[in-house]
Design a protein around this ligand. Sequence first.
Ligand code: BJW
Length: 239
Amino acid sequence: MCFMAAMAPLRNIVILTGAGISAESGIDTFRSAGGLWEQHKVEDVATPEGFARDPDLVLRFYDMRRAAIQTKTPNPAHEALAKLDGAWGGELLIVTQNVDDLHERAGATRVLHMHGEHLNAWCAACDARPRWTEPLIHRPPCPACGEPALRPDVVWFGEVPYEMDRIHAALREADLFVSIGTSGAVYPAAGFVRNARSLGAQTLELNLEASQGSRWFDETRLGPASEVVPAWVDELLGG
Ligand code: BJW
């Protein structure tokens, strides 16, 4: 089906992004061949139990990734979404599962990080969330309370993602839900397409390969994000 031709007038858009949008910036995805979960056991580095068992392993894993993302730059897909964010007069929310800051560095402002951010730490002692660009392995004191209790401010399996109420409120109002570069393997994000659809939104997937939940989308466009996202944004703003 041709999505744009069939579309009713749009005002409110929710865009879900995943690791695929940052792949062409040189940031590893999780589940692709050679991705992070082939190199590390997910239960060791992305669960609270893994952190309790071996905090040094987990802190080193995140210190390495925090340092790496600071050397990367946004690609044309991030830039196109920032252009859409600046130009779109209706409601728009970019819900990203990514913990990098490439949407913001491209200039997008309506961004929600549901799985946290590499460039924040979280203090398990006082609940502060200071901006953090340096390593955590040496247990630096929390700037708010002085305790050496900082951990990466990321959402691990078994933890509740951030701002679910705000995300569900945006999905309820959405005329269009767009999923970009995510495998659809991780909940609750993988369920958003069905939430949005059941509430009447049009649904569009942009991905290198069809995701696990591809059948739930009205239309799927396959290709690298750096090509399919700018083309879709130009089509939307041009129309
Ligand atoms: C390109 C491209 C290019 C590549 N261009 N595209 C059984 C059933 C259902 C659920 C569960 C279950 N058992 C447990 C659960 C819940 C669990 C879960 O989903 N588990 C699954 C394994 C089944 N979920 C949770 O525990 C979550 N919390 C939760 O559910 O709390 C309960 C609750 C929720 C809501 C309200 C109240 C209570 C927490 C999930 C936390 C996920 N954390 C991680 C790590 C974050 C920190 C870090 O970075 O280390 O988040 S895991 C990892 O996966 C990361 C990602 O954000 C997430 C999604 O990955 P993503 O982005 O989709 O990447 P990939 O690699 O999978 O896919 C890449 C895609 O890019 C592919 O599609 C490629 O085609 C594409 N691509 N190049 C375009 N150039």
